[in-house]
Design a protein around this ligand. Sequence first.
Ligand code: ADP
Ligand code: MG
Length: 414
Amino acid sequence: MTQFAPPENYFALDTTTVLDYCRQRPELRAMFPANDTLEAVEVGDGNLNLIFKVWANEDHNRTVVIKQALPYVRLVGESWPLPTDRARIEAQALAIHERLVPQHTPHQYFFDPEMCLSAMQNLNQHLIMRKGLTQGIRYPHFAEHIGLFMARTLGNTSDLVLDYRAKKEEVARFINPELCKISEDLVFTEPYRPTERNLFHEELRPQVESIYADERLRVQVAGLKEKFMTQAQCLIHGDLHTGSIMVNQTDTYVIDPEFAFYGPMGFDIGAVIGNLFLSYASHEVRTKDPDQRAEFRQYLTNTIIDVWQVFKREFQPIWQQVDTVNMPQGYQENYMLRLLQDAAGFAACKMMRRVIGLAGVEDIRGIEDVHERAIAGSLALNMAQALIMNRRDSFDISDIVAYATDQTPTYPWK
Ligand code: ADP
Ligand code: MG
């Protein structure tokens, strides 16, 4: 796999060499003056890359994150090579996000193409959103923030705003075949057929097998996969689940755009919605008290509704820039409706893959009791099927919420 070979002078850092590396970088000299003592820890809980947190003299205000791509999938090892070029894609996408929505993007100090790494702001006051949601923590500004993030990043990189030539050049710059292939396989292919890599719980087997056997469902998934592979609508984040979002009660930051490419807008919107629905399903068993459960779920569904409403509102400045002879009101309304229906479909695929496929999520797979885990998984699958099969009959975000929340778990089998 020589095409995946990293640059000639590349080497993978460790917690010692990363300190020398930081000392040598002129961009970090102001933060880390020459005689400071530096310390580092490696915190990568992700599947692919090395993440170092570096700080000076125990001063947690002078700190930086170094994210370095390895030439293989970390979770699996060297037997699964992966191009380090994804670090360039991530750095370039981060730079675009920082230009469009600096308040929701970690500041990037520099990108080093030889070492396939970026230095960025250490979000040490923030938590991965998925962790907060599993604990039942609410984030009151999240919908406002992520709605704006998506409207700006998706709208401004589409043909609605970019010049014809710049758009095509951007499509070329963000060609990301190997990471797209991971999504094509893990989101759109493997969950719908028996494969070795699927990793669902045995308790769910009857429900998973009925999904394998469901040709009407596979027709829908194939259509969404085609859209994912062929619709170069705008620069999408490509992996915008709640594990790529860091939050606290005041801020929201989007990290980890290494899957970025020119794809369908609905994929990012669907990732956000689908992951909020996965949290909804998990609280079927995670929150025992019925009133508390109902309240937290109300928060989640209100957030889903608000995400879409804010997205639509923040997309208005994009529509104000278009030629209304070519794109009259009726077209604009149809565009937004297709987006909503795409988002429901992609949300569903994202949910099914997290229950059936190789890479699960903590919300569901982290539930300790197998019986409870199966209940939450079963509900998530039923919600997803309702979303994907009814999306063409959904004309408003409230329809989508209603289709999903009408569902109950099929497990335990009667
Ligand atoms: P991967 O691409 O390998 O999945 P991520 O970019 O998702 O890596 O980062 C893995 C983990 O490292 C995150 O879940 C988060 O805990 C931590 N992390 C990543 N970037 C930052 C950052 N800028 N500030 C603080 N923590 C971060
Ligand atoms: Mg990643």
